[in-house]
Design a protein around this ligand. Structure first.
Ligand SMILES: [Zn+2]
Length: 220
């Protein structure tokens, strides 16, 4: 889609009131979510291991209004909710990685073909909004070089073979010796984040930590 068309599509968004990403109720400009949904925010976020020995911090479990909000953000062009979802991503990162210092935030890339079809990479939007909120630079570090099948259509074994060799480092020097925070929207089996982390590892970063908005809660 051309830039002008994308801009035209975004104009109605500017005229619409800000809404709660979880129930779509209109909220004030200085609010992140509505008061009712605020009561449903879990006190503790999710923290678990990812294949390859990495850790992943997630704001919410993959269910109810949280699941619906992320799926709408990802598949139904509700990209205006990215800063609000990033707010909760930040909260979970502060909870689970309180002792960590990150040099860079980066994100799971999308293959150019899929990016063209969808118009935006939801993980990239989240990463850049998180970068603004946390005051940590966001840099693209990986390219997706293999146009793979949708992970959610595959079983756990196929998920990991589907992604083999799917990512490529953009520039080793950016990652070398750095502490990296890798962002995606959802962690299910951990295959995608695991493969991205494995690819980043080739550049010998000092550490890689993962964070997502949602966690399915059954990684293995
Ligand atoms: Zn709400």
């Amino acid at each position: 889609m051309g830039k002008f068309k994308t801009l035209l599509k975004d104009i109605p968004l500017l005229l619409m009131p800000k809404r709660c990403p979880f129930c779509y109720k209109a909220i004030e400009q200085n609010e992140t979510i509505c008061k009712r949904c605020e009561k449903d925010i879990p006190v503790h976020s999710v923290f678990q291991g990812v294949k390859g020995g990495y850790r992943c911090s997630s704001a919410f479990l993959y269910k109810g209004k949280f699941k619906r909000a992320v799926l709408n953000f990802k598949f139904r062009h509700k990209k205006q909710y990215s800063p609000q979802l990033a707010f909760f991503l930040k909260k979970s990162i502060e909870q689970n990685y309180s002792d960590m210092v990150f040099d860079y935030i980066t994100f799971v890339p999308m293959h150019p073909k899929r990016l063209k079809r969808r118009g935006y990479n939801h993980s990239e939007l989240l990463a850049y909004d998180l970068s603004r909120l946390m005051n940590i630079p966001c840099v693209p570090t990986l390219n997706k070089i293999k146009h793979t099948k949708y992970q959610h259509d595959l079983n756990a074994k196929l998920r990991s073979t589907n992604l083999k060799g799917a990512f490529k480092l953009i520039d080793k020097k950016t990652v070398n010796g750095r502490s990296i925070l890798l962002i995606d929207d959802i962690i299910t089996t951990g295959s995608t984040l695991g493969e991205c982390a494995k690819t980043l590892q080739k550049a010998k970063p000092s550490q890689i930590c993962c964070a997502t908005v949602l966690a399915s809660g059954n990684l293995y």
